[in-house]
Design a binder for this molecule. Structure first.
Ligand code: PEP
Ligand code: MN
Length: 339
């Protein structure tokens, strides 16, 4: 941490800041120039609030140079994390994994039709919400456990692994036998009680970026789960809210290389929620793979106009197959391949 003192700071004020830093466990290096004193504080401590120093008399500005997280930092595992799943599928290695399926599980017929389509096109993981976080309480809320059973059955039938959203702590053990990956939705990214419990789970978790969350906040949420002992984590950029109104969200493609620099955890891109419009999904999925995404999650529906949720952003089957063909060409250009 760097603490720059004001030009007119008194020696007492400088000493008070040094004492405070030492109290916090930092080793302090002082450099006094002609005009100003700058204090360099070195230490392993991450749990402090720089504002406590900023408000001290004589302090001009404070800059944090170390990251506020430890376990999710790239330096913790410089070689990167590969989350190994079943059927030879892993996320974070050379393969780019495609997860696809409907927004919500609506019925056996719907899910099995879509699972067959996405499996034939080359997806390895079936997505589908059984518990749905809907903005309106009057919208379809999901089939619950019945939906989970259908997901597992469809996954087994078509050779797909399963990812589904967990919305609350009580659903963790309930979902355990049915899913390969727990999905934490954007609205729950900072549900710290849920994250703490998922830290104890022995199953991978995909954490989606909150609607208005910074990359650092997303990494801190992942840190909750790693600190609890769950190292099988995947992050997901799903678009953030900006002043743009044309798209539902703004898919922050730059989050992909940034996460790869800051963290060892793999990252998925969700161009469906990231744009909210079917015709924008494939271009953004292509861009995400080109930018280094480790996985892509896409909503697909055989009858999007009849979908109970997110029909407008769901790809038609033929659009999805075409996207898979395109991704098979793009991935090798960036040293990857489609799983
Ligand atoms: C979803 O994946 O269906 C979903 C609700 O996503 P998000 O949490 O990103 O809105
Ligand atoms: Mn959706």
């Amino acid at each position: 941490m760097i603490v720059a003192m004001q030009e007119k700071a008194s020696e007492e004020q400088i000493q008070a800041v040094i004492e405070r830093l030492v109290e916090l466990g930092f080793e302090v290096h002082r450099s006094t120039g002609k005009l100003q004193t700058v204090l360099g504080a070195v230490g392993a401590r991450v749990d402090f609030d720089i504002r406590d120093l900023e408000v001290m008399d004589g302090v001009k500005e404070v800059h944090r140079i170390s990251s506020p997280y430890k376990l999710v930092a790239r330096s913790f595992r410089p070689e990167g994390t590969t989350v190994k799943l079943r059927n030879g599928v892993s996320i974070g290695g050379q393969d780019v994994v495609v997860m696809a399926g409907p927004c919500s599980v609506e019925s056996r017929e719907q899910l099995f039709t879509i699972a067959e389509i996405v499996s034939k096109a080359g997806a390895r993981i079936l997505r589908g919400g059984a518990f749905k976080p809907r903005t309106s309480p009057y919208s379809f809320q999901g089939l619950g456990e019945e939906g989970l059973k259908l997901l597992k059955e469809a996954g087994e039938k078509f050779g797909l692994l399963v990812i589904s959203e967990v919305m609350e702590i009580s659903q963790i053990p309930l979902m355990e036998p049915y899913v390969d990956i727990y999905q934490v939705g954007a609205r729950n990214m900072q549900n710290f009680n849920l994250l703490r419990e998922l830290g104890k789970a022995r199953k991978p978790v995909m954490l989606k970026r909150g609607i208005a969350a910074t990359i650092e906040e997303m990494l801190l949420s992942a840190e909750y789960m790693m600190a609890g002992g769950n190292y099988e984590l995947i992050l997901c950029e799903r678009g953030i809210r900006t002043f743009e109104t044309y798209t539902r969200n703004t898919l922050d493609i730059s989050a992909i290389p940034i996460v790869h620099k800051l963290s060892h955890l793999p990252i998925t891109a969700d161009p469906s929620h990231g744009t909210g419009r079917r015709d924008k999904v494939s271009p953004m999925a292509r861009a995400a793979v080109a930018a280094g995404a480790d996985a892509v999650i896409v909503e697909v529906h055989h009858q999007p106009d009849k979908a109970l949720s997110d029909g407008a952003q769901s790809l038609f089957p033929e659009q999805f197959s075409k996207l898979m063909d395109e991704l098979r060409m793009i991935a090798p250009a960036v040293g990857r391949k489609i799983a």
